[in-house]
Design a binder for this molecule. Structure first.
Ligand code: ATP
Length: 239
Protein backbone atom coordinates (compact mmCIF):
# COMPACT_ATOMS: atom_id res chain seq x y z
CA UNK A 1 0.00 0.00 0.00
CA UNK A 2 1.24 3.50 -0.77
CA UNK A 3 1.76 5.44 2.46
CA UNK A 4 2.67 8.60 0.57
CA UNK A 5 1.78 9.69 -2.96
CA UNK A 6 2.96 13.08 -4.18
CA UNK A 7 1.83 14.14 -7.63
CA UNK A 8 3.41 16.95 -9.66
CA UNK A 9 4.29 19.20 -6.73
CA UNK A 10 5.57 22.66 -7.58
CA UNK A 11 6.66 25.61 -5.46
CA UNK A 12 8.10 29.00 -6.31
CA UNK A 13 9.45 31.57 -3.85
CA UNK A 14 9.26 34.85 -5.78
CA UNK A 15 11.62 34.45 -8.72
CA UNK A 16 13.09 31.16 -7.38
CA UNK A 17 11.62 27.88 -8.61
CA UNK A 18 12.34 25.65 -5.61
CA UNK A 19 10.38 22.56 -6.77
CA UNK A 20 8.98 21.64 -10.17
CA UNK A 21 6.82 18.63 -11.10
CA UNK A 22 7.97 16.38 -8.25
CA UNK A 23 6.10 13.08 -8.04
CA UNK A 24 7.06 10.25 -5.72
CA UNK A 25 5.56 7.41 -3.71
CA UNK A 26 6.67 5.71 -0.51
CA UNK A 27 5.30 2.27 0.34
CA UNK A 28 4.62 0.70 3.74
CA UNK A 29 7.88 -0.40 5.36
CA UNK A 30 9.95 1.41 2.75
CA UNK A 31 12.83 3.74 3.58
CA UNK A 32 13.07 6.24 0.74
CA UNK A 33 15.94 8.67 0.32
CA UNK A 34 15.70 12.13 -1.19
CA UNK A 35 19.13 13.31 -2.30
CA UNK A 36 20.56 16.21 -4.19
CA UNK A 37 22.91 19.18 -4.00
CA UNK A 38 22.35 22.15 -1.70
CA UNK A 39 19.36 24.13 -2.90
CA UNK A 40 17.98 21.26 -5.04
CA UNK A 41 14.56 21.51 -3.36
CA UNK A 42 14.64 18.60 -0.89
CA UNK A 43 13.52 20.46 2.25
CA UNK A 44 10.85 22.37 0.34
CA UNK A 45 9.53 19.05 -0.96
CA UNK A 46 9.46 17.56 2.54
CA UNK A 47 7.69 20.65 3.87
CA UNK A 48 4.97 20.34 1.20
CA UNK A 49 4.53 16.65 2.02
CA UNK A 50 4.06 17.62 5.68
CA UNK A 51 1.60 20.43 4.96
CA UNK A 52 4.06 23.04 6.29
CA UNK A 53 4.37 24.74 2.90
CA UNK A 54 1.43 25.07 0.54
CA UNK A 55 2.29 23.88 -2.98
CA UNK A 56 1.52 26.19 -5.92
CA UNK A 57 0.22 23.09 -7.69
CA UNK A 58 0.12 19.33 -7.29
CA UNK A 59 -1.34 17.07 -4.62
CA UNK A 60 -0.29 14.96 -1.64
CA UNK A 61 -2.06 11.82 -0.49
CA UNK A 62 -1.13 10.16 2.80
CA UNK A 63 -2.50 6.69 3.66
CA UNK A 64 -4.80 7.05 0.65
CA UNK A 65 -6.31 10.34 1.90
CA UNK A 66 -5.90 13.81 0.44
CA UNK A 67 -3.71 15.89 2.78
CA UNK A 68 -5.71 19.10 2.25
CA UNK A 69 -9.07 17.52 3.05
CA UNK A 70 -8.00 15.15 5.87
CA UNK A 71 -5.21 17.19 7.40
CA UNK A 72 -5.76 16.45 11.11
CA UNK A 73 -6.43 12.76 10.56
CA UNK A 74 -3.39 12.09 8.38
CA UNK A 75 -0.90 14.34 10.17
CA UNK A 76 -1.62 12.59 13.48
CA UNK A 77 0.02 9.53 11.89
CA UNK A 78 3.11 11.38 10.67
CA UNK A 79 6.12 12.84 12.44
CA UNK A 80 9.10 14.91 11.42
CA UNK A 81 12.57 15.56 12.72
CA UNK A 82 15.19 17.99 11.45
CA UNK A 83 18.23 19.59 13.01
CA UNK A 84 16.98 23.08 12.19
CA UNK A 85 13.81 22.67 14.25
CA UNK A 86 14.29 24.02 17.74
CA UNK A 87 12.91 22.53 20.94
CA UNK A 88 11.95 24.75 23.88
CA UNK A 89 15.40 25.37 25.36
CA UNK A 90 14.36 26.26 28.92
CA UNK A 91 12.54 22.96 29.43
CA UNK A 92 14.12 19.76 30.66
CA UNK A 93 14.16 16.86 28.21
CA UNK A 94 11.55 14.98 30.26
CA UNK A 95 9.26 18.04 30.23
CA UNK A 96 9.61 18.33 26.45
CA UNK A 97 8.75 14.68 25.86
CA UNK A 98 5.85 14.79 28.35
CA UNK A 99 4.49 17.92 26.63
CA UNK A 100 4.61 16.35 23.15
CA UNK A 101 3.10 13.11 24.48
CA UNK A 102 0.15 15.14 25.82
CA UNK A 103 -0.06 17.20 22.63
CA UNK A 104 -0.30 14.00 20.59
CA UNK A 105 -3.06 12.71 22.88
CA UNK A 106 -1.28 9.42 23.56
CA UNK A 107 -3.28 6.84 25.48
CA UNK A 108 -0.36 5.83 27.72
CA UNK A 109 1.96 8.86 27.63
CA UNK A 110 4.29 7.87 30.50
CA UNK A 111 4.78 4.38 29.08
CA UNK A 112 5.50 5.68 25.58
CA UNK A 113 7.92 8.34 26.85
CA UNK A 114 9.82 5.59 28.71
CA UNK A 115 9.91 3.49 25.52
CA UNK A 116 11.36 6.22 23.28
CA UNK A 117 13.84 7.21 26.01
CA UNK A 118 15.03 3.60 25.94
CA UNK A 119 15.14 3.43 22.14
CA UNK A 120 17.27 6.58 21.84
CA UNK A 121 19.26 5.86 25.02
CA UNK A 122 18.64 9.31 26.47
CA UNK A 123 17.79 8.37 30.07
CA UNK A 124 20.82 10.27 31.37
CA UNK A 125 19.59 13.47 29.66
CA UNK A 126 16.06 13.60 31.09
CA UNK A 127 16.78 16.20 33.78
CA UNK A 128 18.97 18.39 31.58
CA UNK A 129 17.66 21.57 29.96
CA UNK A 130 17.47 21.32 26.17
CA UNK A 131 19.56 24.48 25.78
CA UNK A 132 22.47 22.84 27.62
CA UNK A 133 22.62 19.79 25.35
CA UNK A 134 25.16 19.27 22.57
CA UNK A 135 23.77 19.26 19.03
CA UNK A 136 24.10 15.46 18.83
CA UNK A 137 22.21 15.05 22.12
CA UNK A 138 19.49 17.41 20.86
CA UNK A 139 19.23 15.33 17.70
CA UNK A 140 18.54 12.21 19.78
CA UNK A 141 15.88 14.05 21.79
CA UNK A 142 14.31 15.23 18.54
CA UNK A 143 14.22 11.70 17.18
CA UNK A 144 12.66 10.47 20.44
CA UNK A 145 9.97 13.13 20.07
CA UNK A 146 9.40 12.05 16.46
CA UNK A 147 8.81 8.43 17.52
CA UNK A 148 6.37 9.28 20.34
CA UNK A 149 3.19 8.93 18.28
CA UNK A 150 4.42 5.73 16.55
CA UNK A 151 4.12 7.45 13.17
CA UNK A 152 3.23 5.39 10.10
CA UNK A 153 5.35 7.86 8.12
CA UNK A 154 8.51 9.35 9.57
CA UNK A 155 10.05 12.24 7.66
CA UNK A 156 13.65 13.00 8.58
CA UNK A 157 15.69 15.90 7.21
CA UNK A 158 19.35 14.90 7.66
CA UNK A 159 18.66 12.72 10.73
CA UNK A 160 22.24 11.83 11.62
CA UNK A 161 24.14 14.95 10.49
CA UNK A 162 25.13 15.97 14.04
CA UNK A 163 25.80 12.47 15.38
CA UNK A 164 29.21 10.91 16.01
CA UNK A 165 29.93 7.71 14.02
CA UNK A 166 28.98 5.39 16.88
CA UNK A 167 25.70 7.14 17.73
CA UNK A 168 24.94 7.59 14.01
CA UNK A 169 25.38 3.86 13.50
CA UNK A 170 23.04 3.05 16.41
CA UNK A 171 20.39 5.47 15.15
CA UNK A 172 20.58 4.06 11.60
CA UNK A 173 20.12 0.52 12.96
CA UNK A 174 17.18 1.66 15.07
CA UNK A 175 15.46 3.31 12.10
CA UNK A 176 16.01 0.32 9.81
CA UNK A 177 14.68 -2.03 12.50
CA UNK A 178 11.61 0.16 12.97
CA UNK A 179 10.87 0.08 9.25
CA UNK A 180 11.44 -3.69 8.96
CA UNK A 181 9.64 -4.76 12.14
CA UNK A 182 6.70 -2.40 12.28
CA UNK A 183 6.21 -1.48 8.64
CA UNK A 184 6.85 2.21 9.29
CA UNK A 185 7.60 4.16 6.13
CA UNK A 186 10.38 6.73 6.14
CA UNK A 187 11.50 9.49 3.85
CA UNK A 188 14.92 10.88 4.64
CA UNK A 189 17.29 13.43 3.22
CA UNK A 190 21.00 13.02 3.77
CA UNK A 191 24.32 14.10 2.35
CA UNK A 192 25.92 10.92 3.70
CA UNK A 193 25.97 8.54 0.71
CA UNK A 194 27.13 5.51 2.73
CA UNK A 195 24.21 6.04 5.08
CA UNK A 196 21.78 6.23 2.20
CA UNK A 197 23.22 3.11 0.55
CA UNK A 198 22.85 1.26 3.82
CA UNK A 199 19.39 2.44 4.80
CA UNK A 200 17.35 3.28 1.74
CA UNK A 201 15.31 0.84 -0.34
CA UNK A 202 14.76 3.45 -3.01
CA UNK A 203 16.49 6.73 -3.74
CA UNK A 204 15.25 9.83 -5.56
CA UNK A 205 17.85 12.31 -6.80
CA UNK A 206 16.79 15.94 -7.06
CA UNK A 207 18.53 18.63 -9.05
CA UNK A 208 17.28 22.18 -9.64
CA UNK A 209 13.84 21.38 -8.23
CA UNK A 210 13.20 18.19 -10.21
CA UNK A 211 13.62 14.47 -9.57
CA UNK A 212 16.18 13.49 -12.19
CA UNK A 213 16.75 9.83 -11.27
CA UNK A 214 15.14 7.17 -9.06
CA UNK A 215 16.03 3.60 -8.16
CA UNK A 216 17.95 1.42 -5.73
CA UNK A 217 21.57 2.37 -5.05
CA UNK A 218 22.70 -0.47 -7.32
CA UNK A 219 20.30 0.51 -10.13
CA UNK A 220 21.42 4.12 -10.01
CA UNK A 221 25.10 3.19 -10.07
CA UNK A 222 24.43 0.95 -13.08
CA UNK A 223 22.35 3.61 -14.88
CA UNK A 224 25.07 6.23 -14.42
CA UNK A 225 27.84 3.69 -15.15
CA UNK A 226 29.70 4.43 -11.92
CA UNK A 227 30.82 2.40 -8.91
CA UNK A 228 28.64 3.80 -6.14
CA UNK A 229 26.13 6.41 -4.97
CA UNK A 230 28.83 8.96 -4.15
CA UNK A 231 29.81 8.98 -7.82
CA UNK A 232 26.17 9.14 -8.91
CA UNK A 233 25.81 12.22 -6.72
CA UNK A 234 28.85 13.87 -8.28
CA UNK A 235 27.54 13.18 -11.80
CA UNK A 236 24.07 14.54 -10.96
CA UNK A 237 25.48 17.60 -9.20
CA UNK A 238 27.85 18.43 -12.04
CA UNK A 239 25.51 17.78 -14.97
N1 ATP B 1 11.15 30.39 2.39
C1 ATP B 1 11.89 30.58 1.29
N2 ATP B 1 11.96 31.78 0.69
C2 ATP B 1 12.69 31.97 -0.42
N3 ATP B 1 13.41 31.01 -1.01
C3 ATP B 1 13.40 29.78 -0.45
C4 ATP B 1 12.65 29.50 0.72
N4 ATP B 1 12.83 28.20 1.04
C5 ATP B 1 13.66 27.69 0.12
N5 ATP B 1 14.01 28.64 -0.79
C6 ATP B 1 14.85 28.44 -1.97
O1 ATP B 1 14.38 27.30 -2.66
C7 ATP B 1 15.47 26.53 -3.16
C8 ATP B 1 15.39 25.12 -2.61
O2 ATP B 1 15.69 25.17 -1.20
P1 ATP B 1 15.63 23.88 -0.26
O3 ATP B 1 15.86 24.33 1.13
O4 ATP B 1 14.40 23.13 -0.56
O5 ATP B 1 16.89 23.05 -0.79
P2 ATP B 1 17.59 21.74 -0.19
O6 ATP B 1 17.72 20.76 -1.32
O7 ATP B 1 16.87 21.27 1.01
O8 ATP B 1 19.04 22.28 0.18
P3 ATP B 1 20.10 21.86 1.33
O9 ATP B 1 20.76 20.58 0.89
O10 ATP B 1 21.06 23.02 1.30
O11 ATP B 1 19.37 21.76 2.64
C9 ATP B 1 16.75 27.29 -2.79
O12 ATP B 1 17.13 28.10 -3.89
C10 ATP B 1 16.31 28.15 -1.61
O13 ATP B 1 17.08 29.32 -1.53
Amino acid sequence: MAILEACLLAKRFGPVTAVEEVSLTVAEGEIAGLLGPNGAGKSTTLHMLLGLVTPDSGSVRLFGLDLDRHRTEVLSQVNFSAGYLGLPGVLQVREVLDAFARLYGLRHPARRVAEVVGLLDIGSLLKRKVIDLSSGQQTRVHLAKALLNEPRLLVLDEPTAALDPDTGDRVRRLLVDLARESGRAMLITSHNMREVERMCDRIHFMSAGRIVASGTAAELAADFEVADLEEVFLKVARQ
